[in-house]
Design a protein around this ligand. Sequence first.
Ligand SMILES: *[C@@H]1O[C@H](CO)[C@@H](O)[C@H](O)[C@H]1NC(C)=O
Length: 365
Amino acid sequence: MGPTIFRSPTARNTFVFCVFLGLIFHFRLWNLYPSDDVVEPVHVPATGVSHGGGGGGGAVVVGGGNGDPVHLEPQHQPSHTAQSSKPEQEQQQEQKPVPEPFPKKIWYKLGPKGLSNYAKTWTDSCINQNPEYSVNFMTDETADAFVNEHFTAYPDVLAVYNALTIPILKADMVRYMLLYVEGGVWFDLDASCEGVPIDEWVPAEHAADASLIVGWEFDGGYHFEFERQFVTWTVLAKRNVEHLLVVVRDIAASLRRLAEANSVDVAGLNMSMIADVIEATGPKRFHKSVVSNLEKSVAQPINWEDYHEILEPKMAGDVLILPGYSLAASYNAYEPEDQDRVGPSLVVHHYAGTWKNEKGGETKE
Ligand SMILES: *[C@@H]1O[C@H](CO)[C@@H](O)[C@H](O)[C@H]1NC(C)=O
């Protein structure tokens, strides 16, 4: 038996603990691991405004809604865009950029008639369930001003946007433009939130790596061939996500081609030429552009089968794809044995689209 003192369990435990602390101190165990795998989003100091990943090469200068400049923070770059020209040692010594959080901003766009009573209820549900989020109701005027302020680096896009006379096409473009420049959450006016705060939508393990969050519209329970697409009534983005810029540029290019095919300029486009608005600027366009840019951005080809009938949010490159039940619960069905894995409905879309008329949306007169 050892010294008497170790017959007392408390004293023995204390001794063992002190030895343990001493060992930790001796080997400085906390320095064995890099300290930058912190997932907790932290704001990093502003370092000015530059933006090079946009494909257009232009710098986008960001301004807040109230005229205050918003500084672009160093972005968490997906590995494919990371610069590798620096010597490896130097790169390792540099601190990795802290992943940027999803901006706590909610974006809406009002038509000239403002909020209907129904829309007030739906928008209130999202606003009240996310008290920490700032809420922005854009109007035609503020949206136009925003686009003209922030897209000067993309004159082709700007020209198409300014020439368009069909409200739904502009509204579709504006959502991607707002999210591209400012990030945050876009909601259509006819989307309601169902009780789960936005901050809980993104599993913690994906918060750092995801830069765009989309949800399947039709995914589960269809026993025939169909084309999947992401919903556009709710989209979450960090700032400067290239996929969104690609969507905007693709829309501008396809509207220009459509105008040419109809022998009019973009201002002459009307609803009878836009056979399928949804194809032109809506969910299908969004889905196609995001997917094609995403496929270009990853090293390994994406097997989309792996993303079908998902029961949990799943990353594809830097895009987090939410299951059908998340944003479109009523359009997705799951097998009885999967029922206990079906998660909550986050958003319900009430299909009150005011653009389904020959003018393509509310007009002033
Ligand atoms: C669209 O424009 C074409 C050609 O200018 C015209 O024939 C057609 O009636 C217009 N349709 C609508 C819905 O205004």
